[in-house]
Design a protein around this ligand. Structure first.
Ligand code: GLN
Length: 471
């Protein structure tokens, strides 16, 4: 049996029946990282010793008669913007190159308490800004399905780790698509929960009104299991809510009505994506799911609106990296010099671009014309979703307009890069849950479709997804 092929469900069973130990599973993944990651580049740091120790502790509990539950013994990879006490947390930025976290983020605490094994921290676009992981200050991550192509981003390392069998599951963060887009590019499941269901405490903030942590897994069933383990109200994140997740049976998903928004099935779609998504729709139809054409009329403003709201929040969140806190030991004469040197040398080009944009749209004289207006448009985008969810249970769309592109293909043209998130951004603007599920594309490159649901209706997304994957 290849332990790397395990799902969370099978791992739980196998541990309970003592088919294998948590230590054996962890060793297998660590070995896989050792042999493959030189080529893939998914990890920025690997916790060999701690992971083995934690796995041994899980085995001792099982030996003493405790039944393993939930996430115990599950080997995780974490995006390097999540704080793990005592470990380097860089957000793939030079400005945090030597930063060691002084506390655990809330999701990390939950994983540790649940007995999960943390294998290491994964590569990403600097401060989660990007769609290819090419903006990492440290290294390239290759798409395990085609080494000449990007894994997507910004959580490219987490997606690649799961796709390459270098982690059983991974966590990423999604501000405008950074879980779902790389999941689609690497052929794995990626899920962004409803805003507020997972605590953001200990997640390095990008745009606080949009950021949300979520899982990368091989199956929808596993994504549900991980979601269950990380959700919940947290006093350290005032936007988090009390929410007890209850699943619904996949069979009951046959009675759901799914909306197909005409604004997402447009001419810019690549042929493979169009075919892939169409085949998923056909499969759902055979399973008895009903479809309906719908309209989300403000979709066309979502991307431009996001590129005002997000940079505005980025510019204020990243003000804390002033070279005094999170210092890089730069030699400078005056305080002003110190700021210039730290921020000028510490931040990469994309991060600087967004800080400039954000500072501009928030400045006196431009605030109303840009930021305030974008907030109003954001409301309209959210209202579109509220209106369609009166009529349909779930909305199905492609996850991305094209499959994974090659290195360098878009890195010189920010607009082309930004366009790869047109279909994922609206869910963040509205705060609703969304999941990316792989279908096989024509060219053997992964293609994904996306399901979006009403706030707190993750249950329908998971049920439909499970219905799809079990047939
Ligand atoms: N790719 C998008 C961006 O560059 C989304 C990023 C994210 O979700 N963190 O902003």
């Amino acid at each position: 049996m290849d332990l790397k092929e395990l799902t969370v469900k099978k791992l739980q069973q196998g541990l309970a029946e003592r088919e294998f130990s948590a230590r054996e599973v962890t060793d297998e993944f660590l070995k896989s990282i050792e042999t493959k990651d030189g080529e893939i580049g998914a990890y920025l740091s690997v916790f060999n010793d701690e992971a083995r120790k934690d796995a041994a502790a899980v085995d001792r509990k099982i030996a003493s008669g405790e039944r393993p539950s939930g996430l115990s013994g599950v080997p995780f990879a974490l995006k390097d913007n999540m704080l793990v006490e005592g470990a380097k947390t860089t957000a793939a930025s030079k400005i945090l190159e030597n930063y060691v976290a002084s506390y655990d983020g809330t999701v990390v605490t939950k994983l540790k308490q649940g007995g999960a094994i943390i294998l290491g921290k994964t590569n990403m676009d600097e401060f989660a800004m990007g769609s290819s992981t090419e903006n990492s200050a440290f290294q390239k991550t290759k798409n395990p399905r085609d080494l000449e192509r990007v894994p997507g981003g910004s959580s490219g390392g987490s997606a690649a780790a799961v796709a390459a069998g270098e982690a059983l599951v991974a966590l990423g963060s999604d501000t405008g698509g950074s879980i779902r887009q790389p999941a689609a590019f690497c052929g794995v499941v990626g899920m962004k929960p409803t805003y507020g269901t997972v605590s953001r405490s200990g997640l390095i903030a990008m745009a606080s009104s949009l950021d949300q942590i979520g899982p990368f897994t091989k199956t929808v069933e596993d994504a549900e299991e991980v979601f269950r383990g990380i959700t919940g109200r947290d006093p350290l994140d005032a936007t988090s809510v009390e929410y007890h997740y209850e699943s619904i049976e996949p069979e009951d998903a046959r009675n759901l009505t799914v909306g197909l928004p005409k604004e997402y099935f447009i001419s810019g779609l690549s042929e493979e994506v169009e075919k892939g998504v169409q085949s998923a729709i056909e499969k759902f139809k055979k399973l008895g799911v009903r479809f309906k054409e719908i309209s989300l009329p403000h979709t066309k403003y979502a991307l431009s609106c996001y590129y005002i709201v997000m940079p505005a929040e980025v510019s204020s969140n990243l003000a804390r990296f002033d070279g005094i806190r999170y210092s890089r030991n730069v030699e400078a004469g005056t305080l002003h010099d110190l700021y210039l040197k730290n921020r000028g040398e510490g931040f990469g080009a994309e991060v600087r671009r967004r800080i400039l944009l954000g500072t501009f749209v928030l400045s006196a004289g431009y605030y109303d014309a840009y930021y305030a207006k974008a907030q109003k448009v954001r409301r309209l985008i959210a209202d579109d979703f509220d209106a369609v969810f009166e009529d349909v249970d779930v909305v199905l769309t492609p996850t991305t307009p094209t499959g994974p592109f090659k290195f360098g293909e878009r890195s010189g043209d920010p607009i082309q890069m930004y366009l790869s998130d047109v279909f994922t951004i609206p869910a963040n603007m509205a705060g609703i849950p969304a999941i990316a599920i792989p279908v096989e594309g024509d060219k053997k490159l992964p293609i994904g479709f996306q399901l979006m649901g009403k706030h707190f209706e993750e249950d329908k997304l998971f049920a439909l997804g499970k219905l799809y994957e079990s047939n």
